[in-house]
Structures are given as structure tokens and as C-alpha cells.
Design a protein around this ligand. Structure first.
Ligand code: SAM
Length: 298
């Protein structure tokens, strides 16, 4: 997968050179290019922002550098010319009146040769594991990191001629810029690419993969500061270990995220069997019924 990130703080993305994603790049599994938006400015001060039309607080990112940047990145170029392998997507042939183009609400719109342009925004689609899986199937992602009060809206409307534009949010809070969201997105998607995580089975057992939270985990020593690893995990009995893990994942989900259980039961009524429902009933959760009063801190 090729990923291009455009930002005014390229150093913010440096941690992507570490650990599993750094290794993935060295192995050629992830082709990451980070671009400095200021490379597409044309004035002495390399200006990327101006006051908001209509007045008000803060600054807004200018359309000119963003337009040039997204045009160049679409062609597989940086501010100084081509970077990396040629992009796989051909320029879109459906260019129309930019102002009339609706932004895509989800990345499952037909690709029609346009790469995805992911735009961090508190008003975007909430990034979750299902979206990470959708994105991991794409050959190419471009991420446009806003700052200040955000990017002039016309940039996204214009970009929709060449990209499938998907605003996405990390959560219902406001960050200073899109870089942290880009880091989270590249990490969440990158670890799903084939070969990035050594044991693919471990990906299946994670929280949010089956609509539940993962069970608690332990390692050696069996006793630490008076606290024991649960006996069943030391029993060597695979069936009992699997049941314990399932039960503890269910309990944790009921206590911390009962909304996930509601969603799972609504999407797939057969996802929770009788044994599951018995465990959940002990936690005070029944399908469509009363939820625990408050999440516990376990
Ligand atoms: N004025 C914008 C609003 O109220 O929607 C917020 C601008 S915020 C200070 C600056 C930038 O941080 C945004 O353009 C976006 O790139 C990023 N950002 C802030 N909160 C975010 C979130 N929850 N998820 C993803 N990106 C976020």
C-alpha cells in the first residue's frame, strides 16, 4: 500500500519509522511518503493560512498550496517532483463542477480509479476497526492534515474530482491538527496489511474484531505483588482457557462498552449464544434490556 501524508509538520509523522511500521516500510509492505505543505507555497514567508471569510477567530488554511499539493501527490509527486513508485490509480475521468461534488460519506463508494483522500476532522466519520479494514484493502491512501480552523472547504470540493474524499474523526473531541489522527490511521490500517504483524491470528483476537472487547491478559510470574494469574490460564486446558477468555471478554464489554453488545446483538442475533447470554446476564446485561448502572473501573 502507498500512503502519502501532507502536513505542515512532517516531523510529527517520524514515529511511523519505528517498530512494526518502520519494519513494514523496510520490507516494502508499506510505501509511506510525508510531504511538507509549505513546499507548495509560492511566497517568501511560505504562507499556508489566512483570516476566515466572514470574520471570526482563528485562521483557515489557504486553498492554493493545498490545491497544488493534492494535484502533485495525485500524480505521485512531492513538492520537488516524483517520489517513490508511480501511483496505481489513473486520474479520474469524471471531473465536473467542483462546487457541485458531494463529499463521500464512506470509503465504500466505487473506486472508479480515484484514490481515497482522508481528511482528519472532528466532523468526519468516526474511525473504527471496520473502517480500518476497509482502508487496508485500498492500494493507495492520501491524508491531508489540517491545522488552525481547518482547510478551506473548496479544497475538498475540488479534490473530489480526483479523489474519493472521506473526512474522518478520531473521536468527539478537538485536536490541534490532523497529524495525530494521521498517525492513528496509518498505524491502525498498516498493522492490518499482510505480513506487517508476524502472527496474523493475533489480529483476529483483538478488541473490536468480533464486536467485543478482548479479555484481560497476563504473563509470568504466576504471582506478582500478591496478585495471581487466574488458575485456568495455567491449567493447560485449551477448552477451558478459551471459555474463560470468551467469558471475560463478554464481562469486560458489558461493564465498559455495553453499546458494543447492543450493536452486535442488533447486527447478528446469533453472535451471542446461550452460554454468552448467561454470562452477560450475571453482569446485568440482557439484549435490548437494562444496562449496568455505570462502567466499572476494572
Ligand atoms: N474548527 C474545526 C472544527 O470545529 O471542526 C476544528 C479545527 S482543529 C483545531 C484543527 C485540525 O485538527 C482539524 O482541521 C483536523 O485536521 C484536526 N482535528 C481536530 N480534531 C480532530 C478529530 N477529533 N479527529 C480528527 N482530526 C481532528
Amino acid at each position: 500500500m502507498r500512503v502519502d501524508v501532507v502536513t505542515i509538520f512532517p516531523d510529527y509523522l517520524a514515529p511511523l519509522q519505528l517498530s512494526l511500521l518502520g519494519r513494514a516500510q523496510r520490507l516494502g509492505l508499506l510505501d509511506l511518503h510525508v510531504h511538507d505543505l509549505r513546499g507548495w507555497t509560492e511566497d517568501r514567508h511560505r504562507t499556508v493560512d489566512d483570516t476566515p471569510a466572514g470574520g471570526g477567530a482563528g485562521m483557515v488554511m489557504l486553498p492554493e498550496p493545498w490545491g497544488l499539493a493534492l494535484d502533485a501527490v495525485h500524480r505521485g509527486e512531492g513538492a520537488g517532483g516524483p517520489v517513490g513508485a508511480a501511483p496505481t490509480a489513473e486520474p479520474g475521468s469524471d471531473a465536473g463542477d467542483g462546487a457541485a461534488v458531494e463529499l463521500a460519506a464512506a470509503p465504500d463508494e466505487p473506486a472508479d480509479g480515484r484514490p481515497l483522500l482522508l481528511v482528519p476532522s472532528p466532523s468526519g466519520r468516526r474511525l473504527d476497526q471496520a473502517m480500518a479494514h476497509e482502508l487496508a484493502r485500498e492500494p493507495r491512501l492520501v491524508v491531508a492534515c489540517g491545522r488552525y480552523e481547518g482547510i478551506d472547504e473548496r479544497v475538498l470540493l475540488d479534490a473530489a474530482q480526483r479523489y474519493r474524499v472521506v473526512p474522518f474523526s478520531l473521536g468527539d473531541y478537538v485536536l490541534n491538527g490532523g497529524e495525530v489522527a494521521a498517525l492513528a490511521l496509518v498505524e491502525a490500517v498498516g498493522r492490518l496489511l499482510p505480513g506487517v504483524v508476524g502472527n496474523p491470528a493475533s489480529l483476529l483476537e483483538e478488541s473490536h474484531e468480533q464486536g467485543l472487547l478482548e479479555h484481560p491478559v497476563y504473563t509470568r510470574p504466576p504471582r506478582w505483588r500478591g496478585l495471581d494469574v487466574p488458575d485456568v490460564l495455567l491449567s493447560g486446558h485449551h477448552g477451558q482457557v478459551a471459555r474463560w477468555r470468551r467469558d471475560e471478554g463478554l464481562r469486560r464489554t458489558a461493564r465498559r462498552r455495553p453499546d458494543l453488545l447492543e450493536a452486535l446483538a442488533a447486527a447478528d442475533p446469533g453472535a451471542l449464544d446461550r452460554a454468552d447470554l448467561a454470562v452477560l446476564a450475571e453482569e446485568g446485561w440482557v439484549p435490548g434490556g437494562r444496562r449496568p448502572a455505570a462502567p466499572s473501573g476494572d
